[in-house]
Ligand binder design. Sequence first.
Ligand code: C5P
Length: 322
Amino acid sequence: MGAAPSKQLLSGGLFGLYVGVNLSNLLLAAASQRQQTKYINSTAVALSEVIKGITSVMSIAATEKNLKTAAAVVLQTLLKDPVELAKVAIPATLYTIQNNVIYAALSHLDAVTFQITYQLKIVASLISTRLLLGGRVSRARWASIVLLTAGVILVQLSMLNGSDAQDSSEWSKNHLVGLLGVLLACGCSGLAGAVMEALLKSKEVPISKRNLQVAAVSLLLQAVHIVTNDFSKIAADGFFQGYTPVVWSMVVLDSVGGLLVSFLLKYTTSALKNFGAPIGIIANCLVSRYVNAKAERKPVNRKFVAGTSLVLLALGMYTTSS
Ligand code: C5P
């Protein structure tokens, strides 16, 4: 009897935290774009994996209560379980591609187009979960996903009024490359989420060990990416070029967000997790409208109200149907 409310509380708490992290990350990303010295994207992805790895080791140490056994468990998790490591290598590779491709896509697209297209990961996630994990998705849940996607598109289009319209007209010549990049990232996110959900929900390996394995494989792949792509830039100006407190905060929040994704996948579903980003986007639109220091603040328009209502309706429909 008591299990259901506490599970709901856990899901609600995780979801709320995830929305908050998404919102903060959007605000920090905007702040980092105004920086003079740019940081190297691939180093930020690598550092985020390091933080997730250290957090997972600390969590293992906390459960083992003895440093010697904890060290043995860490070694066992990373080196002596090739089958489990190979299973994790699939989502870790997909996440590494996703994490790098989104940065590249963002440099080819305006922020609004990027945010709209990136929501296709919701559809990719539902299709992947259905194909890989099976099970029936009720009509109400499919409908809620359609409403969610439409709502996010409306919210994003509402941002085209005012100053962002100018940005969006400055589409990069390469925006097709950017769009293909976002589509690739959506596919990776959907597939990785479905595989990860299955791995995390199976009771064989605890979540902290799974997260350590994901972080270790991702870090290894990211190191190869850095050496092959950004070595000369790092040799010239250092690994930490452009690292301001804003960038550091982004990296830390990105790690927190990644770990929250794993908890959401384990204790809720990838579909519920998918509502976290859209609600973060809405909160970001509201905050940027009112916190914006520019004299010309954007008013809340009809598209924004309609889009937000659709997203909230979709969330209500999703959580009350099964
Ligand atoms: O929203 P989406 O599911 O696409 O977010 C995936 C993010 O979560 C990726 O950045 C990935 O690195 C992170 N993640 C993680 N550890 C996991 C699962 C996902 O860091 N176990």
